[in-house]
Design a protein around this ligand. Structure first.
Ligand code: MRU
Length: 342
């Protein structure tokens, strides 16, 4: 367990490291079953990230940092072999920059140490984890303070404790906003095809004792037209230097709808999600997953033969549609300039 973690503030600790083994709640099986996987080899960590046992940009960064510790225990003093493990970890999923960021930080730490010391690396991984818990707390406060009392909010995907080290990014803002009485209505998109909203966000909000409604993505326009939503609040997987935001597929559609209906769009993400090397969103690699996920989400065992499906799992929302971006360093507004946080 991470000593900083406080369940009453930080929610549910989905990523746990005991110094040798990584313990992950299997998010593929929630909410039907709370099953834990215990992993002690780097290939197991890579597979857990690729298969969405653990998902959400900050959570996969933290997982990869612990994966680097596990790899170091196996490699001993074989630095070249460890570097190879790091490259494979960093490639487990392409869109969330937090993964590459965490792996790079572990690599730099080892090079500064001048040797592969698994215990010292464990300390660095834990510092990454603790910093994310603290960043979540800061963003929950700063983000919820932007919301006018009595507001309705719509969120997308899952951005809570399951997706981060602590209370979450967008969902942390929503939990804090609901507890402080600013948020009166919470809506969560089901988030096809993997159903992060109806399976994971609903599980977290119910655990937090908050009232909420799940909607299908197709209901978002009608919901906004009804006047029930003042803020769309999402996380991010990578934010380009100009403020373009890569996040779960469907985020862009919500941002367009919000602008059309006079609602505001808030993106909440820690500094580890900022990618200053990416001038704008056009260069961000968008992960495409097995089209079978789409058929399976609809309960279709045998899709029509010879007909394909397209399953991009992220999209890019242009910065111009985002009213504010909240990080642990404060609230940024257009035109976005994150350079003071470098
Ligand atoms: O495919 P996923 O479930 O890993 O996608 C997650 C998201 O898109 C989240 O919105 C994002 O990672 C921010 S999580 C704090």
């Amino acid at each position: 367990m991470n000593p900083l973690f406080d369940e009453s503030v930080d929610g549910f600790q989905a990523v746990r490291f005991d110094g040798r083994r990584l313990h992950l709640i299997d998010q593929r099986r929630l909410p039907a079953s709370e099953t834990w996987l215990s992993i002690a080899d780097v290939d197991g960590v890579i597979q857990a990230i690729a298969d969405l046992v653990v998902r959400g940009a900050p959570a996969i960064g933290i997982t990869a940092a612990y994966g680097a510790v596990i790899a170091a225990r196996v490699r001993g003093s074989d630095l070249a072999g460890w570097m190879d493990d790091l490259a494979r970890l960093a490639a487990a999923r392409p869109t969330a920059v937090n993964l590459v960021w965490a792996v790079e930080r572990m690599r730099k730490f080892a090079l500064e140490q001048g040797e592969l010391d698994a215990d010292a690396l464990a300390g660095e991984a834990q510092r990454i984890h603790r910093a994310d818990i603290e960043a979540n707390r800061a963003m929950a406060q700063a983000g919820s303070a932007q919301i006018e009392p009595g507001s309705g909010v719509l969120t997308h995907c899952n951005t809570g404790s399951l997706a981060t080290g602590g209370i979450g990014t967008a969902l942390g803002v929503i939990v804090a906003g609901a507890r402080s009485g600013r948020i009166a209505r919470i809506y969560a998109d089901e988030t096809r095809p993997w159903l992060q909203g109806s399976r994971l966000t609903a599980w977290e909000l119910a655990r937090a004792g908050l009232d909420f409604r799940v909607i299908v993505e197709g209901a978002a326009a009608a919901l906004m037209a009804s006047g029930a939503v003042q803020w769309v609040i999402t996380g991010a997987d990578r934010i380009a230097a100009n403020g373009d935001v890569a996040n779960k597929i469907g985020t862009y559609a919500l941002a367009v709808l919000a602008r059309h209906h006079g609602a505001k769009m808030m993106v909440v993400a820690p500094g580890s999600t900022l990618d200053p090397s990416m001038p704008d969103g056009s260069g961000i690699t968008i992960e495409e997953r097995d089209p079978g996920e789409i058929w399976r989400a609809a309960g279709i065992e045998t899709p029509p033969a010879g007909h394909a499906a397209w399953n991009p799992v992220f999209d890019v929302t242009p910065a111009g549609l985002v009213d504010c971006i909240v990080t642990e360093n404060g609230v940024f507004r257009p035109p976005y300039d994150f350079s003071q946080t470098d």
